[in-house]
Write a new protein. Structure first.
Length: 118
């Protein structure tokens, strides 16, 4: 399974962005997908996850109520809608595919940079 994250950019605080994670491979829809982020000087952290069917989701406390994860299995794509962005959301965001919504994470894609200006 190969993953490619896109959609990052520069946005003002309070703004919105939608990230996409495009998966390729014959079994790409058989995996849960998670979004992660890593800010400069910090460890990578889990942001949101979605089950294979899309019926279950999970969010970190720091983004709950502001971010929404969804997937379109017909397009082999998982989305992360980010609203009410804050400067502390600035990070490189990447996606991963795994067996369950909380991992283990087996495949990783390259990240996309999100910068939120104050």
């Amino acid at each position: 399974v190969q993953l490619q994250a896109s959609g990052g950019g520069l946005v003002q605080a309070g703004g919105s962005l939608r990230l996409s994670c495009a998966a390729s491979g014959p079994t790409s829809n058989e995996y849960a997908v998670g979004w992660f982020r890593q800010a400069p000087g910090k460890e990578r952290e889990f942001v949101a996850g979605i089950s294979r069917s899309g019926g279950s989701t999970s969010y970190s406390d720091s983004v709950k109520g502001r971010f929404t994860i969804s997937r379109d299995n017909a397009k082999n794509t998982v989305y992360l809608q980010m609203n009410s962005l804050k400067p502390e959301d600035t990070a490189v965001y990447s996606c991963a595919a795994g067996l369950r919504i909380f991992g283990p994470w087996l495949y990783w894609g390259q990240g996309t940079l999100v910068t939120v200006s104050s």
